[in-house]
Write a protein of this length. Sequence first.
Length: 412
Amino acid sequence: MTLEQAERYLLGLELFGMRFGLDRMRRLMTALGSPQERYGTIHVVGTNGKSSTTRMTAAILRGHGLRTGAYLSPHLVSFAERIRIDDDDVAPERFAAAVERARRAAGKVDRTLEEDDRVTQFEALTAAAYDELAAAGVDVAVVEAGLGGRYDATNVIASKVQVLTNVGLEHTRWLGPTVAHIAAEKLDVVQPGATLVIAPDLHPEALALAEQTADQRGARLVRAGTDPGVEVVAHGPYQRRNFALARAAAEAYLGELDEDAVSAAAASTLVPGRFEVVDHEPETVLDGAHNAGGMAALAEALEDFVGERRLVACVSILDDKDAAGMLRALLPLCAEIVCTTNANPRALPPATLQSLCRQLGGPPSRTVSDPRRALREAQELAGPEGVALATGSIYLIADLLRPAGAERRSTL
């Protein structure tokens, strides 16, 4: 199986399946020989900041001499980006081989299920990741949950440490209508006798549930600080908070930390698609903020970064997001807005986005349907001394980072 064949196989599977639950995933891991039991794990759940916190935690652990893996979600260009061994994405041929092993195991599992119940895309991908992490001989893997926690396919690990980054309203169709409902789903990953590390600024309802869950399960509760204690190369106050959380998670796993290793991790960990500076004159930033909380964090980071310079944003948002809430955070910082779309069929039409900008009293706006042309226009409007920004959807960032003319391989 090649990388292309592996991705085609994954894209041919259902995203969620007919039934929620972990039964299919547990059978799948059994068919693979339970590889997830061969290394230690840290489980990261939350609404925003999971990928950054996962990468940063893995970097700190790696600095302490551990062979470290990470499982991330989503990816930008290729599914293979989701599995990292030490400081590299898994090699394409190893990813394809892992998916082939998962495919064979899924075939065995599917034969034991009812006709309308089959292994899903995320289950197959997660199984491939867990199997490859074992094959690579990692000592510890930092695992980012996909959707929620309770029934997320990642939740078949006996993690020593769990991390809750934050809780906001997201995926309410599956996770529930309130912050309390969503927090309960995410906190179900907490293991008896483990350590739960939480962000210092949790929503009060989520904090109360975290304390309750830790008490009920005999878990130690650690509340991270806001100051990482070292210089962080990743831009923005939100990345400093993420690193402080990652530091607390690594300390909960290892015990005492080596300050040189922590400093080295902070100085070397950049997260693709998260305040990523990809060009200069004008400085051009890509950020995958895709909900109101993420956009508020981005706006906070932009204030210091932009200063008195002219900021022009290229924006695309999916139709199931709080577009108005996102734009309220962004529009006051911008001199102009370029409304565009992305390859996801759920992207709002540029004209709809422009209309919403006007309703919210935003700056002058225009529509450019092609994302690459939209970003170029934003750069021209910003001028060489200004700042151009692309944001609003991880799918927009993926479209911009994908090599021109390359096949779009993923919709997830």
